[in-house]
Design a protein around this ligand. Structure first.
Ligand code: ADP
Ligand code: MG
Length: 260
């Protein structure tokens, strides 16, 4: 699958020849430096963007538009939540938008707010919640429509380290209990190692691609005092470092030459 933005002098080949299979129930991390095309790839999977060549197939059918079966999940909970609605109403709003039958709403709202430990805060407004709680609300809202796939775009990048670790626990627990397929975008090597069944590594663009897929057969929670995890971290870092340098050089070149 390939994706080009713009035309003429502004033409930019973001993705070129992406070829990836994701199993049902798998936790796949997409790892690559900033600007390599991770969000582009996720947006195409979600149906927000269209590929120029190739197709995303989901359960045997091509993805042509967003759907309730694939929920997108963003870094900025603020852009996903409605600030004038309470915690509970935010989940209800998602159910209404996605046309979930009304008679099930109360039960669904209870179940998912309990799952993310927000049931005691159901009458609060999003502004009264901490960053981690807002992300938990976003998770509850996404899960409530019972999608098969969660597409997560650097969801915890803005959280402090401890909250992030806690969110990893919450997400892994939900994933293990519900059997969802998760595609999780990150530029954080440690996060990818903590979470993934596999890590798909992406090269820097133009013409970004998946360069390597690493299968992690380590039990969770992954302990970084474990020599195998530490070794893997170093290996991935050694592979990504030249990519990051390349991406910085490209960005600097773009500034100096007024665009490349
Ligand atoms: P990542 O999520 O890995 O940081 P993106 O998918 O956001 O990367 O972007 C990949 C490349 O495509 C970047 O060089 C970015 O500037 C470019 N790009 C992304 N969206 C657009 C767009 N709508 N129009 C033009 N170029 C874009
Ligand atoms: Mg991105």
């Amino acid at each position: 699958m390939s994706k080009t933005y713009g035309a003429g002098a502004d033409r930019y080949v973001a993705l070129d020849g992406i070829d990836l299979d994701i199993a049902s129930g798998e936790f796949l991390c997409l790892l690559g430096p900033s600007g390599c095309g991770k969000s582009t790839l996720l947006n195409i999977m979600a149906g927000f963007e269209v590929a120029n060549t190739g197709t995303v197939m989901f359960n045997g059918a091509p993805v042509v538009r967003p759907g309730r079966d694939r929920m997108m999940f963003f870094q900025d909970a603020g852009s996903a939540l409605l600030p004038w609605l309470t915690v509970e109403e935010n989940v209800r709003f998602g159910l209404r938008v996605r046309k979930v039958p009304k008679q099930n709403w109360d039960e669904i709202i209870d179940r998912y707010l309990r799952m993310v430990d927000l049931d005691r805060h159901r009458r609060k407004m999003p502004t009264q919640l901490s960053g981690g709680m807002r992300q938990r609300l976003q998770i509850a809202r996404a899960l409530a429509v019972e999608p098969a796939v969660l597409l997560m775009d650097e969801p915890f990048a803005a959280l402090d380290a401890l909250t992030k670790r806690r969110m990893h626990g919450v997400l892994l627990d939900i994933w293990q209990r519900t059997g969802k397929t998760v595609v999780f975008v990150t530029h954080d090597i440690g996060e990818a190692i903590s979470l993934g069944d596999r890590i798909a590594m992406m090269s820097v663009g133009p013409g970004s691609n998946i360069t390597k897929i690493i299968t992690l057969d380590m039990p969770r929670p992954r302990d970084f005092t474990n020599p195998a995890a530490a070794r893997l971290f170093n290996e991935i870092e050694a592979e990504l470092s030249p990519e990051i340098l390349r991406s910085e050089r490209r960005a600097a070149g773009a500034v100096e030459c007024g665009g490349v």
